[in-house]
Design a binder for this molecule. Structure first.
Ligand code: OAD
Length: 242
């Protein structure tokens, strides 16, 4: 099946953990997933951080270490190529915090759920690039205000950056029926990202899903579903279109 890109097409891609799976990073859900056997709220919520900050830092420190060890795969590279070809008719929205899209070279990217390699002060909100790991006491504190530092990740129960949502809405609305929405490697369980496909329908755009095991409840909302690995499908899907 061919995804046709016409002259007026605007392509919005939404990626999830599955896109990084072929680089060697675990997804969240399913067998062997990061969340398996874990109380998610303990590691990915403001309440969990308030109760057991050390545990939370140990979890994100490990993820920082693993993310630094891996490399972008063919799926990440295919999306960079598409950004190069389509220019401002392309927008990448990612739920991934691992930084692999950015390392591959994606620039028009919305990091919806934050960055693994950024730390933020929970008091003065200052954000800075940080690849360090914090596995031992004492917990890291802000140089400016002594507030407790935390990973710059959007946790459950926290709001997404409003500017990000506005930029996505603008992109979709201006595309109208010329919008092509392509989701890859996401199980469609976390909102608002999971609801973007419904916006596409409202705008009369076309929607595609690529997933190794497309979850039925999510897949049923797409026009086209391709089952397989994103690192294998993404490069072939885009070959040959404008
Ligand atoms: P999930 O772990 O929920 O879903 C990953 C999806 O990728 C599944 O549907 C898999 O079938 C699919 N998959 C696995 N390997 C694949 C491959 N090689 N090619 C294509 N698909 C593959 O991950 P997300 O949907 O990204 O949020 O999870 C959404 C959010 O939930 C995450 O951003 C994270 C998590 O809680 C935060 O941490 C804030």
């Amino acid at each position: 099946m061919e995804l046709r890109i016409e002259e007026k097409t605007r392509l919005c891609v939404l990626t999830g953990a599955g896109v990084s799976a072929e680089s060697g990073l675990q997804t969240f859900r399913g067998q062997g997933g990061l969340w398996e056997g874990i109380a998610v709220e303990q590691l990915a919520s403001p309440q969990g951080f308030a109760q057991t900050p050390q545990l939370v830092w140990r979890f994100y420190s490990k993820r920082r270490r693993l993310a630094k060890e891996v490399h972008p795969n063919a799926g990440h590279h295919a999306l960079v190529e598409w950004e190069r070809r389509l220019g401002d008719r392309f927008l990448l929205v990612t739920q991934n915090v691992d930084g692999l899209h950015q390392r591959a070279g994606s620039k028009q990217i919305i990091p919806l759920h934050g960055h693994l390699m950024e730390t933020r002060c929970s008091r003065c909100q200052q954000i800075f690039f940080d690849e360090r790991t914090y596995e031992e006491e004492p917990l890291p504190r802000c140089k400016e205000c002594e507030g407790l530092l935390r990973p710059n990740i959007v946790w459950f129960g926290e709001a997404l950056d409003k500017r990000h949502l506005e930029r996505i809405a603008e992109f979709m609305q201006s595309a109208g029926e010329h919008l092509v929405f392509l989701a890859a490697g996401t199980s469609g369980q976390v909102y608002p990202a999971a609801g973007l496909v419904d916006e596409v329908r409202r705008n009369r755009g076309k929607s595609w899903l690529i997933d190794l095991e497309p979850p039925a409840f999510y897949a049923s909302r797409f026009d086209h579903v391709l089952q397989g690995k994103s690192g294998e499908i993404l490069p072939t899907l885009f070959r040959g279109s404008h």
